[in-house]
Design a protein around this ligand. Sequence first.
Ligand SMILES: [Cu+2]
Length: 146
Amino acid sequence: MKAVALFAALTLLALAACSETAPPPRGEPSASYETRGVIKALPVAGDPKSELRILHEAVPQFKAADGSVEPMLSHTMGMGVGKGVSLEGLKVGDPVAFTFAVWWKPRPGIEVTRIAKLPADTEMDLAAGDGHDHHGHDHHGHDHAH
Ligand SMILES: [Cu+2]
């Protein structure tokens, strides 16, 4: 009996460990990009309409779904938050450096995979104002010029 219980416990542990390292169900992202920006909104627990929004610097190497380079201009972008990424200690107005992953297939999506606070006086090259807001899912560098 004891051995069975131990085995069951180990199996649960193994399952827990697996699910933490498993990639998202949609598989590997098409690409990842590093940039910097200022936090405009944070996701609110229990409010599915809320999301992480960052006014970020231009991403000149951004690639469209067909793989062609279509620079993303500085704008406010909504993103999902990757598994294991903590937003603890971050607040609206904080300058941050972050990495975001982009999926085009099977459905488009953007998720932050790393985020780190920068010094408050960090200078950045950002669009004036908040720009117009885009949801993260329909980005093409050419359609959000100001
Ligand atoms: Cu963007």
